[in-house]
Design a protein around this ligand. Structure first.
Ligand code: SAM
Length: 403
């Protein structure tokens, strides 16, 4: 648990004295080892506010690369972890502006305001409302949004998301997880609960950001959710599944964002007829958002690829799409450990990246048991073709488009 800020702390941090104190505190190292040494001096200068100053400076350092304007941020560690990365929030805001030009957007769980900032800076958004039940986070949001001019007018206010308080054209919500049990969770463990949000805002344009592990198929089959499930990844990591209530959108969408280079989108409205499964020169591991959204065939069709097996998400083809990871196939074996050990030793295998899909193998344990002692790096892709476990020995992974 990080430091618990009070409203008075936030008022201090926003004051002239507080801003100067933040600059001075930022000159300290503040690593766990240095803190014991540096804290007495900070306490002597800033008394009870020293802990708040340290937490803000450390959060700002962690936020660099995730949030725009990290150097101005007011947020505690938990709020930063929960905050939507700027690249993702900006994409969502642009998406809303494209679908619903000149919309007023209400973020009903705005926390420290990461999404409000992106919305208020996006051309085509007419106005932004941010609300939350936590007064301290709201005070921080006021600062995070208001420390510089924004394109669109905005306001933040305290309100319960489960009581509609505006007639905004689009509502967005990002419920917090009440338990920290890994990536999957129960629908009723969200705060505010997902089903209540969907009920309260039925008939309105709503986007709800959920964890990547959300079982959106269950939501559709059991609870009649009729909108779009969008899986979003940033630089290869799946960040969220966003539910969009509009039924005019294709049922599934994968959004692949990259800090460097172009991203792309695939939807369930794209064609998905591909050639029968087989093995070509390269094996391609599609982006996690494409896999999570169940759009592997759609993606394959776009790039002239096919599957190794109809049930498995690995693709194969004669080239690797730009920006994607591909592995050139050298050889193919069964999955007997003894056979693998002999084959890898014969090829002087040293380091080995192991990728597994559709079969129960722990890559780290297997790597240890293979007792590699050579000097050549390889990749091993272990999967199932039909019912047979199959291991593909490959050259180390390369990004398509690389020389
Ligand atoms: C995961 S955080 C939102 C993070 C935000 N999207 C961002 O990018 O910074 C969830 C927020 O929901 C708020 N919250 C929980 N229950 C709420 C409710 N019933 N009404 C309004 N806000 C609520 C919490 O205080 C918390 O700030």
């Amino acid at each position: 648990m990080g430091y618990e800020f009070s409203i008075d702390d936030v008022a201090f941090l926003r004051s002239r004295h507080g801003r100067k104190a933040l600059l001075t505190t930022a000159e300290s190292t503040l690593t766990p080892e240095a803190l014991l040494r540096e804290m007495p001096d900070l306490r002597a200068r800033y008394g009870d506010r020293a802990a708040a100053l340290v937490e803000i400076v450390r959060t700002r350092r962690k936020a660099a690369g995730k949030l725009a304007d990290a150097g101005e941020l007011l947020a505690g560690d938990v709020a930063l972890q929960q905050a939507t990365a700027s690249a993702v929030a900006e994409h969502r805001a642009a998406d809303i502006a494209r679908h619903r030009p000149d919309a007023v957007v209400h973020d009903v769980t705005c926390s420290i305001g990461a999404e409000v900032v992106a919305l208020a800076d996006t051309p085509g958004i007419a106005g932004v409302i941010g609300s939350d039940t936590d007064p301290v986070r709201l005070a921080m949001a006021e600062h995070n949004i208001g420390h510089r001019d924004r394109r669109a007018p905005w306001v933040v206010a305290r309100a319960d998301a489960l009581v509609p308080t505006s007639t905004a054209d689009v509502v967005i919500a990002d419920p917090a997880r009440r338990s920290a049990r890994g990536r999957t969770f129960r629908l009723d463990e969200l705060d505010p609960p997902l089903m209540e949000l969907l009920t309260v805002y039925a008939g309105r344009e709503l986007a709800v950001k959920c964890a990547p592990g959300l079982d959106y198929r269950l939501l559709r089959d059991r609870f009649g959710f009729a909108g779009q499930a969008q899986a979003v990844s940033l630089d290869g990591g799946v960040r969220e599944v966003c539910l969009w209530s509009e039924i005019t959108r294709p049922a599934r969408r994968a959004t692949v964002l990259r800090s460097r280079g172009d991203g792309y989108e695939v939807t369930s409205a794209d064609p998905d007829e591909i050639e029968d499964p087989g093995v070509d020169d390269w094996i391609i591991d599609p982006d996690g958002a494409v896999v999570r959204a169940g759009l592997v065939r759609h993606y394959a069709r776009r790039h002239g690829l096919r599957q190794l097996d109809p049930q498995i998400a690995y693709l194969t083809g004669d080239r690797v799409p730009s920006g994607e990871r591909g592995f050139r196939v050298i050889d193919r074996f069964g999955t007997s450990e003894r056979g693998l050990r002999t084959a890898l030793a014969a090829r002087d295998c040293g380091s080995l990246e192991i990728l597994v899909r559709g079969i129960d193998v722990d890559p780290d344990r297997l790597r240890k048991r293979l007792k590699l002692s050579g000097s050549t790096p390889y990749a091993l892709i272990i999967t199932r073709i039909g019912r047979a476990g199959t291991a593909f020995l490959c050259e180390p992974g390369r990004r398509g488009g690389d020389a």
